[in-house]
Design a protein around this ligand. Structure first.
Ligand SMILES: *[C@@H]1O[C@H](CO)[C@@H](O)[C@H](O)[C@H]1NC(C)=O
Ligand SMILES: *[C@@H]1O[C@H](CO)[C@@H](O)[C@H](O)[C@H]1NC(C)=O
Ligand SMILES: *[C@@H]1O[C@H](CO)[C@@H](O)[C@H](O)[C@H]1NC(C)=O
Ligand SMILES: *[C@@H]1O[C@H](CO)[C@@H](O)[C@H](O)[C@H]1NC(C)=O
Ligand SMILES: [Ca+2]
Length: 426
């Protein structure tokens, strides 16, 4: 106990002694006149040239993530006797005030205003309540199935995107984080978390300020906004070049109880496709002219942890089921889905479908499980239009861990499954 106490006192003693430290006075723990330590003496800062970015750096240095945009320029009152800094010019990405350009450490006269620089910072809880809106930049734009783009956020008090844009650094950017952004943007879930400035580096409009929101996002998956997730380096430009984060979002509402299985095959890697929706197992009837392409069978095989699709026979060789039959007016997978439920598939049961000439139960033959490098799935680059340039083994990685044993049933990877997978991978 004694040791702990001594240690704490020692830490406090060290913390208060650092040159360049800042403190607030004349207000509360969150707001007040800014004072800075230099040469063992505290002094105030001249209000001349003091702006939002300077205030942001002070708040960050004090451990606050953000500051009150309405009233960041707290009234600091009169200057103290000693005025250490004047004309401070932070960019906003610095972590300490003494990293910002200024007119030098000397006792400034600050004749013009005689007012002290001050801030009103925002604590973590207040910050989480702020509204940042999502913009997906430079993607293909929304389609029936997907929406994608570079992750950009605007702050609702910033008068649109014209003034300030916040980007996200791709370090640690994964599916759990992407899920939060996709849902925040009004979509159902994320298909992919894209890295390495997949959508190019953002080119700011003239007079637009660009900053990084944070890096190392570690969302659990149940957050409704990205800023609720833990992250590092809030509002710091701690991102190397070409590392802006992006997302590919799913716009299809997946049934919550969606599951998939293969039945009637001679081994676990093949069979007719049955899926579980709304409490019932049923099958999928393909009319004569409908066909499963590689994308559809790939998604099914991948979801079951059975590698990729080799064949999609349409001859009922795996028999017929007895459950309700869904006739898809339209099934199309882009190939990048993590679940077959993300492929557009209106569920209109049609028991007659299988009686039509040339129709058959949808079936697949999968390659079988392929050991893949699961951690690298999100690193794969997607082709711009419904394709991808991953090697097969990286593309197949996601569901490998679900394929242990011969169980060929895989629940739809819900957001929480994504999240736990992501946590597991970390
Ligand atoms: C601030 O300075 C003005 C002008 O020197 C003075 O009249 C006023 O009393 C000061 N206010 C405080 C709170 O010290
Ligand atoms: C998310 O889940 C965690 C762990 O179950 C819980 O502690 C936290 O309160 C949840 N957050 C929200 C926003 O629901
Ligand atoms: C990010 O911050 C850490 C810790 O301050 C530093 O070591 C690292 O170099 C920074 N990276 C970039 C790209 O700025
Ligand atoms: C799901 O089942 C319920 C009750 O059986 C039914 O009312 C509902 O229409 C079904 N929904 C769909 C999408 O089939
Ligand atoms: Ca993460």
């Amino acid at each position: 106990m004694l040791g702990v106490t001594v240690f704490c006192v020692f830490l406090l003693g060290t913390a208060t002694a650092l040159d360049g430290d800042v403190r607030l006075s004349g207000g509360s723990s969150q707001n007040g006149r800014v004072e800075v330590l230099h040469g063992g003496r505290w002094g105030s800062i001249c209000l001349d040239g003091w702006d939002f970015n300077d205030a942001l750096v002070v708040c960050k240095q004090l451990g606050f993530p953000w500051l009150n945009r309405d009233d960041w320029n707290y009234d600091g009152g009169n200057l103290t006797e000693l005025v250490w800094l004047s004309n401070v010019q932070c960019k906003g990405s610095e972590t300490r005030l003494d990293e910002c350009a200024n007119d030098g450490w000397t006792d400034h006269q600050c004749a013009e205003t005689r007012r002290a620089a001050a801030v009103a910072c925002m604590d973590q809880e207040e910050f989480k309540g702020q509204h940042f809106f999502v913009i997906l930049g430079d993607g293909n734009g929304p389609s029936l199935l997907e929406n994608d783009g570079r992750v950009m956020l605007g702050y609702y008090k910033d008068l649109g995107i014209g003034t300030r844009i916040y980007l996200v650094c791709d370090q640690g950017w994964d599916l759990a984080d992407a899920n939060v952004i996709c849902r925040q943007d009004g979509h159902y879930s994320a298909k992919r978390a894209l890295t390495d400035s997949y959508f190019g580096n953002y080119r700011p409009l003239r007079s637009q300020e660009v900053a990084y929101l944070a890096t190392d996002f570690a969302c659990i998956g149940n957050e409704s906004k990205l800023i609720e997730c833990p992250a590092n380096f809030w509002f710091q430009d701690n991102c190397t070049a070409n590392h802006q984060a992006g997302v590919l979002c799913n716009r299809i509402k997946e049934p919550e109880d969606f599951q998939l299985r293969l039945l009637g095959g001679s081994n676990a890697n093949e069979g007719r496709v049955e899926f579980h929706v709304n409490g019932t197992w049923g099958s999928l009837c393909l009319k004569k002219d409908y066909t499963f392409f590689d994308e559809e069978s790939d998604v099914i095989c991948r979801q079951l942890g059975l590698g990729y699709g080799l064949e999609a026979p349409q001859d009922d060789r795996f028999g017929r089921g007895s459950g309700p039959v869904v006739f898809p007016t339209y099934v199309v997978c882009s190939g990048s889905e993590s679940s077959f439920a993300q492929c557009y598939m209106p569920d209109e049961p049609d028991q007659e479908c299988l009686n039509l000439e040339g129709s058959s139960e949808a079936s697949v033959i999968c390659s079988g499980p392929i050991p893949g490098d699961e951690a690298t799935l999100d690193q794969c680059n997607l082709g711009r239009w419904f394709g991808n340039d991953c090697t097969q083994s990286t593309l197949l990685g996601l569901t490998c861990s679900a394929s242990a044993g011969n169980v060929v049933t895989a629940a739809v990877p819900s957001i929480l499954v994504f999240a736990s997978l992501a946590v597991f991978l970390h």
